[in-house]
Every structure is written in C-alpha cells, then in structure tokens.
Write a protein that binds this ligand. Structure first.
Ligand SMILES: Cc1cc2nc3c(=O)[nH]c(=O)nc-3n(C[C@H](O)[C@H](O)[C@H](O)COP(=O)(O)OP(=O)(O)OC[C@H]3O[C@@H](n4cnc5c(N)ncnc54)[C@H](O)[C@@H]3O)c2cc1C
Length: 482
C-alpha cells in the first residue's frame, strides 16, 4: 500500500475499537460521531495531498526499507534534501487551509525512536532498534498515523515522579514478565489520539536512577485492553451545518479532539517496547523529538500566518482602506514574521545533523527559536487583524439574521463596504476573520501555539543551554582587552 487514500485511512479507523468517552457519554463509533469529523478530515488532508498530482512530488518518496513509494510522513529522514522537501511541503499545505493535520507526530515519533534506540543498543547491547525497524516497516507499508502520547499529568510540579504523593502522576511500569510489561498512568492533552492507528508513548521528562520504572517508551494499538480516551469536543461551530454557509469557514472543516488517555494497567508486549529502564536516555528522547517537532511547527505556523495576511488584505479591501499606510505596515510586519518563521524552518532543515543511526535530525536551535517566535507573534497578528477589520468582526449579527428577509435587508445595506462590491462578499470575509481570531477554534489554536510542543519556558531554557555563552563572553573580553 505505502500511500493510503482518505477512504483507506477512514476504513482503518472503522476496524479499530478504542474505548472513547466525550461529553459524559461513551462514543461507539468515532467515524460516525459528528464531533470527530473535523479531526478525521484534518488528518485525511495528508492522504489527499499524497495522492494529488499537485503535491505528490513533495509528499511521497521511495522507501529503501520496504522498497515501495511511501508518504513523507512515514519516512525515516536521511538527508538534508528530504528535510528541505518536507519544509517546502509544510508551507504549501497552507493551500489546503488545514491549520493542523497532525501527521507531523508520526514523523517525530518514528524518527526519534529510530535514532534513540540505536544509541541505547550501542550502550546496553539491547535489541530495541531491531524492533523499531519492524514497527517502522509496518507504519510505512500501511501508511499509519501515530498519536504522540507524551505529556504526563505531573501532579505537583515541585516534585519529581518518584516523589509524587500519587505514583501514577507519571506513567510507569507496575508489573513485568517474559511477555512484556503492565503500565499504569495517564497521558494528558493528546491531540487526535482516538482517530490515529497507533500511539507512541514516552516519558515527558528526564528520569533519574531511582525512576527506572518511569523510564518506559513503547508503541501500542489504540484499542489495547485498558486504554481509555476521555475526550474534549473540538472547537466546531455550534450552529448546524444546514444553517451555515458563511460562518466558520475554517473551524467547520478543521480542528481536533483533545484527549486524556488513561492507561488502566495496560499490557505492552516486548516487541512494542523501545526503552525500558534505561533512564539516562529519557532526556535524549525528548531532545531528538524536540528537534523534529518544533521544526514541523515552524512550517505549519508560517502557513497559518499567510492565511492571516491574506485575510487582513481582503478585509481591508472590502472596507476600502487597503492602501492606508498603517494597513501596509501591518501587512509588512506580518510578512516579516511569516518569513522569519519559515526561515527558521529552512535553517533547521539545512543545518541539521546526520545521526549515527542514519537519521538526519533538524537543527534544534532554529526549530525552537522559530516555534517560540511564532507563538509570541500570534497575539500581534490577531491585534493587526482586529484593528484593521474593525469592531464588526465581533459585533456582526449571525448569518441567520443576515439571511432573514426582515433583518437581512437592513444588514445588507449597512454592512456593505467598498463601492462596486457586494455586502455578501464582505460578510464572508468578516466571518473568516472572526473564525481566525474570535471563535472557539481561535482559542484552541492559541493554546496549541503556546503550550503545544512544550512550554515556551522549557523551550527557552533549551535555547539558552544550546547557546555557547562562553564563546561570546570571550568575544566581549577580546573587545576590551581582558
Ligand atoms: C492544543 C494542545 C495540543 C497538544 N497536543 C499534545 C499531544 O498531541 N501530545 C502530547 O503529549 N502533548 C500535547 N500537548 C501538551 C503540551 O506539550 C503541554 O501542554 C506542554 O508540554 C506543557 O505541559 P503542561 O500543559 O502540563 O503545563 P505545565 O507543565 O503545567 O506548565 C505550565 C507552566 O508551569 C511551568 N512549570 C512546570 N513545571 C515546573 C517546575 N517544576 N518548575 C517551574 N515551573 C514549572 C512551565 O514552564 C509553564 O510555565 C498539547 C497541548 C495543547 C495545548
């Protein structure tokens, strides 16, 4: 198979039986449930584009591992060219309007597992890498989507896993035998998990010597016994589809379900485990994952920034102010931000390193800097969009009022902007801006940009640690002849 279609991805979900809860009820079928549609559609974008002649050359490549064409999202990245191709794809995917297709996690997880197991085996004579190769072959052959289940609930942040009042605040091993291990705990904030094909689970912080039972990393099917998904509904519009045509053009199509995953004594066979007790590699997993994930985030954020730029240009066109100096300045600032973010993604791809396992790992500094920068700039983008579009983004009555003959005739008259354009056109653009900056979806996206992929504070600490401060101090010394 190598490259699946949207239909094949959805069929695969129908064959899984995960235990899922949402809004106080059990969800019997995620494919048929209305709350899962935007999330499944978002992931399906990667299957559409891999089969679309316009994107195929960026989205697919030959795998030496299974000797078939595969999706770039299941590839073990081996060189700079592949990293550059992916960077370009991430930007171009903005054309699909999908702000988060979540396929980056598949790539982050398999490349991280590939590289770290090579290091662990070298030190401990273990056999993890062989297992990961078999898993990756399967992921490539069936073009699977993987959910990243990393962040633990963490309890009282002052205490490490072994010091927590409740030992389950970090996922850990509670039993083991010749067949595998039993794990207990939870993973918080897992995006899209119930409509992925497989989870990749690993510790959310470096573990210490006395925390070997917390040093556990594995893949698992989503419907393994004991796994339960407690979901938050996605930020979709409250108004039913039949009554909506102009409103929520993004959030009615794209978005994600967020999940707390419960591991209620789940059996994990040894074949799925890629770290067990080697606590000194838990920090290393996070480092490699971080290098991939923040690089991916830069690509997606740039694409979203471009949509914001286009929306600002359009909304100001319809109100007749697109040539005002301050609007040009807003747009210029937004272009600078988008291009800096993309430049960080490009730099991470160009300045990566070939790992001894063969994986080409993007440069962590540029990915982290771009991710922090673009998260901090989101507030400014929204400020520009709001300021330039005016109060109407927040005060415009609903589409139902606009279409009601009694009220619509007045709204049409008073909402109209630029001479020679239709009120309908302006309303559509206003509703787009509302969706981008003032909807339920906008709140979700805001949280994802700031907290998703690691706290900004954690990333800043990595930036500081990765920078050679002594080198520049010496330069300053040299300047003053010290
Ligand atoms: C929309 C969204 C999607 C996400 N998707 C995924 C996903 O698919 N998979 C996944 O695994 N995770 C996912 N995450 C989780 C994300 O990685 C975490 O939110 C992030 O790592 C922060 O962890 P936290 O939320 O527990 O915040 P906290 O750890 O509570 O952090 C909040 C603040 O506390 C500070 N802090 C924490 N501990 C300490 C300490 N010991 N000392 C001092 N300060 C401290 C932090 O620096 C930060 O400033 C997602 C998050 C969001 C919002």
């Amino acid at each position: 198979m190598g490259v699946r279609t949207r239909r094949e991805y959805i069929e695969s979900l129908k064959n899984q039986k995960p235990i899922v809860y949402m809004n106080g009820k059990k969800v019997e079928d995620v494919v048929e449930n209305e709350f899962f549609k935007v999330g499944i559609n978002s992931i399906a974008i990667t299957y559409d584009t891999a089969n679309d002649p316009n994107y195929k050359s960026l989205s697919t490549l030959r795998s030496p591992l299974i000797n078939e064409d595969i999706s770039i999202w299941t590839n073990i990245q081996v060189n700079r060219e592949q990293a550059l191709t992916k960077t370009k794809l991430m930007r171009v995917l903005g054309e699909t309007l999908c702000p988060c297709h979540y396929r980056c996690l598949t790539s982050d997880c398999i490349n991280t597992a590939w590289a770290v197991t090579y290091e662990i085996d070298n030190k401990h004579n273990t056999e993890y890498h062989k297992r990961v190769i078999e898993i990756v072959k399967n992921v490539q052959r069936f073009d699977l989507v993987i959910g990243g289940a990393i962040v633990d609930p963490k309890g009282d942040r002052r205490f490490s896993p072994a010091e927590q009042e409740d030992p389950d605040m970090y996922l850990h091993i509670v039993d083991r035998d010749d067949e595998g291990v039993i794990v207990r705990g939870a993973k918080s904030h897992s995006t899209a998990a119930p409509y992925t094909n497989m989870l990749c689970v690993f510790p959310s912080r470096p573990m210490k010597k006395n925390e070997r039972d917390y040093a556990i990393a594995f893949f698992t099917p989503v419907d393994a016994d004991g796994i339960k998904f407690i979901c938050k509904s996605p930020p979709i519009p409250e108004v039913r589809e039949e009554e909506r045509d102009m409103e929520n053009p993004i959030s009615s199509r794209f978005g994600h379900v967020e999940t707390t995953i419960i591991f209620d004594d789940v059996f994990i066979p040894w074949d799925y485990i890629f770290l067990c007790g080697e606590y000194e590699f838990t920090g290393r997993i996070l480092q490699i994952f971080n290098s991939f994930h923040t690089w991916h985030k830069c690509g997606c954020r740039c694409a979203n920034m471009e949509l914001n730029i286009g929306s600002l240009a359009l909304t100001t066109y319809y109100s007749g102010i697109e040539n005002a100096p301050h609007i040009k300045e807003y747009i210029t600032n937004m272009i600078i931000d988008a291009e800096i973010t993309y430049a960080c993604a490009l730099a991470a791809a160009i300045e990566g390193n070939k790992h001894e396992s063969g994986v080409y790992i993007p440069n962590r500094m540029y990915g982290n800097v771009g991710k922090i920068f673009s998260a901090e700039k989101l507030g400014e983008e929204r400020f520009f969009l709001q300021e330039a579009s005016g109060g109407i983004v927040i005060t415009m009555p609903s589409e139902r009022d606009y279409k009601n003959p009694e009220t619509g005739k007045f709204l049409k008259k008073y909402v109209k902007g630029r001479v020679g354009t239709l009120a309908d056109e302006r309303v559509r653009v206003i509703k787009l801006v509302e969706d981008l900056i003032a909807s339920k979806w906008a709140g979700w996206y805001w949280g994802m940009c700031i907290s998703g992929g690691g706290t900004i504070q954690t990333l800043k600490e990595r930036v500081f640690a990765d920078f050679n401060i002594e080198k520049v101090k010496n330069r300053a010394r040299k300047a003053v002849k010290l």
